[in-house]
Structure formats: C-alpha cells, structure tokens
Design a protein around this ligand. Structure first.
Ligand code: AMP
Length: 262
C-alpha cells in the first residue's frame, strides 16, 4: 500500500447525499451537478477486485456513502446505456451490450474507449472507487498508463475473496434498483418493502447477467482474465486482500481494519 488509507466518516450511513455520477454514467461532456466532496486527507483512489457477485458493488456503495468517494462501475455504464432508446445507443454500445447479456467480457478496446471518454472522473478531487475495471491485464496496463498521464496514483487495490459456492449463492439472490442501481439481496440485505428500493422507491429486478446461465460464463471469465490482476497489483505493492465472508457491514469493518493496518 503506497499511502495510509484514512476512514474519515463524516456522518452516519445514509445521512450524506449520494454522489452524483452523471459524468461517469454518461461520459463525454456530461457534468455532475453535485460537486465532489473534498476529502479530509488524501483522496482515495481505489480499485476493487473480486469475483462477480462477491459484493464489490455493495462495498463500493458503503465506502462511497460513508467516505464520499465516487463509485465508478463500468457495469453501471453499460446498464445505463441499456436503458436508453435504441436510436440513442451507439453501434459499439449495442455490440458491447450483446457481450454483457451473455455474461461475457466486453472487448478491451470498447471498455478502454469508455474510460478514456471519462478521464475527468479519474482526476476528480474527490478520488474514486473503480468497480469492475480493470478486468484484464491489458486493461490494468492501460489504466496504469492513463493514470500516469493524468499524474494520479492509485492508493490501494482491495481484493475481496470468498469460496465459489458462496459467491454463486450471493449472485442468485441479488436484486438491483432499476433507478439508482442500489444493490440488495433477498436473504442478507432485503429492502424494507419487498421489491422496492429503500433509497429511491425504484422497482428492484434481477439483472439478466445474474441468471444461472450467465453466471457460469462470468465465473470462467473471472478465473481466466481477472484473477491474474491479483499478482499484477501484488507486484506493485498495492494489494490488500479482504475476506468477503459475513454481512456487508462486517466486510466493511474488516476493510477498514485491514486498510488501516490495525
Ligand atoms: P459488473 O456489473 O461489473 O459485473 O459488469 C457487468 C457486465 O458488464 C460484465 O459481465 C461484462 O459483460 C461487462 N463489463 C463491465 N466491466 C467490464 C470490463 N472492465 N471489461 C469487460 N467487460 C466489462
């Protein structure tokens, strides 16, 4: 770990405004209306690693909510594009969505094009939590180059680990808000009102790629393409491995302790 991470929670969970992610979700010239929160210490610039369904998105939300750092998920860019009308989607986005529906990885060049179109988010003074990117060694190498060009350094890479059978159980119970993309689980993190988001009242749904046939493809893609990133970041002295056993709150507290080195 290059820098000591700080956990300057400024308010209890749920009291801080949700980060505006317009610039990330839409890209190009889209801007966030709510300015980034200025961190008390050095801004966090974190990459989250772990198998699909392990709970990275939930941890990203907790970290983002309590620390004010923006949650940058490439999967959310695709899900946002999926909700656009057919004529609003570019040809390369339509192509990317085909891969996504099958649970396969979108080609590196397409993903990198999207990230390059959102470089402002990597330079943001509030820092970032990258979730779902990078996912292959070429993506990690490209990110390293992009960050260098932007004169920005990663703080740490949090690698969440859990036995595969437990990961599959987590994915099958996962439900996502159709509006704000908040993530729930029917057994371990149910919404207060069935099928409705606690935060915005949006309808909850099961992602197409969380269905069993896609899950298997995603797991294979993780083992083949993403697992090698553990060694990539270990070699750079950035890796912190966190057990993803237990409730989201327990995992969050474990992240805190490990990242603080206590
Ligand atoms: P996620 O929400 O991160 O699990 O991403 C959902 C889906 O979007 C993945 O299964 C891929 O099809 C696609 N995707 C998201 N991020 C990437 C990436 N960095 N590289 C390739 N495909 C991605």
């Amino acid at each position: 770990m290059k820098h000591k991470l700080m956990f300057p929670e400024t308010a209890p969970a749920g009291l801080l405004p949700k980060q505006d992610r317009t610039a990330w979700l839409k890209g190009g010239s889209a801007t966030c209306q709510v300015p980034a929160r200025t961190p008390q210490g050095e801004a966090w610039r974190i990459v989250l690693l772990g198998a699909p369904g392990i709970g990275k998105g939930t941890q990203a939300e907790l970290l983002s909510e309590r620390l004010g750092t923006c949650h940058l998920s490439t999967g959310d860019i695709f899900r946002t594009a999926k909700c656009l009308r057919e004529e609003e989607q570019t040809a390369s986005m339509k192509e990317a969505l085909k891969f996504m529906r099958q649970g396969a990885l979108v080609p590196d060049q397409t993903v990198l094009g999207l990230v390059r179109d959102r470089l402002r988010c990597l330079r943001c003074s509030g820092g970032f939590l990258l979730d779902g990117f990078p996912r292959t060694v070429p993506q990690a190498e490209a990110l390293e180059k992009l960050l260098k060009e932007q004169d920005v350094e990663l703080t740490a890479v949090l690698n969440y680990e859990l036995p595969i059978q437990k990961v599959v159980a987590r994915i099958s119970g996962r439900r996502t808000c159709s509006q704000c993309k908040a993530v729930y689980h029917i057994a371990t993190r149910p919404p207060r009102v069935r099928d409705l988001c606690d935060r915005c009242g949006g309808a909850l749904f099961q992602r197409e790629d969380d269905r069993p046939e896609s899950v298997e493809v995603r797991m294979k893609a993780y083992e083949r393409n993403t697992r090698p990133l553990i060694e990539f970041y270990e070699q750079r002295g950035l890796l912190i491995t966190v057990s993803a056993e237990g409730s989201p709150e327990e995992i969050y507290q474990r992240t805190r302790v490990l990242a603080l080195g206590r």
